[in-house]
Design a protein around this ligand. Sequence first.
Ligand code: NI
Length: 270
Amino acid sequence: MERMLRGQMMRVRLMIFDTHAHYNDEAFDEDRDELLAGMESAGVTGIVNMGASWRDVEESQLLAKRYPFLYAAAGIHPDHVGELNEEKLARLCELCRRPETVAVGEIGLDYYWDKESHELQKEWFVRQLRMAKEADLPVNIHSREAAQDTFDLMKAEHAGTTGGIIHCFSSSAQMALEYVKLGYYIGVGGVVTFKNARVMKEVAAAVPLDRIVVETDCPYLAPAPHRGKRNSSLYLPLVIEAIARIRGIEACEVEAVTYANARKVYRLDE
Ligand code: NI
């Protein structure tokens, strides 16, 4: 009887891991604490808050200290690499050794916004990849309109040594499988629920389930029917249901496997 009850409870209890969020964003200034305090009872029992600008890196650490289920990533987004210098890189290396820090991210290349020169973006991407390798931390990769350069640099520099997540994957299913071969996980978020998101749906179908993690990138990229509104980890069941529909399997299976994948890639069970 007890076992049966426990089985039922397990089916009801959601276990969701948001592998990429920005809860320090000003979009959450009004209700951040209220929202985060309700996460665990809503089934969201793991969140990794990303670094993007320097301020985000520091604020992620503060959030991670405050909420035991929230972890920090330390890294500078390609749009903000102009903020980096030797001193800040040394500080990032220091943060990588803290118990709150589970990854280096988000780092990569962005040729869409093109806020910094490609040369500068590549230089700091490589240096942050090396930092991750030295700290033995997984990476969280941002790549926009820069698929080939990102892949080439990662293959040359990293070749899957520390592993990590390719966030908001947008190039092609074929490229996603190349990253899987290198040992990476593919982050699937709200875009998979958009009607016109052909590539993301192909990716969600083609990548083995044991290589998929879910993410929000909140406050951005809210899934349908909330598209355009503020996103949060509470909307992740919509992403999980979309992946399940595309693959023709149960949502609870997607939820359980992506949860385990997230803990594995961020090495939370070691
Ligand atoms: Ni992001």
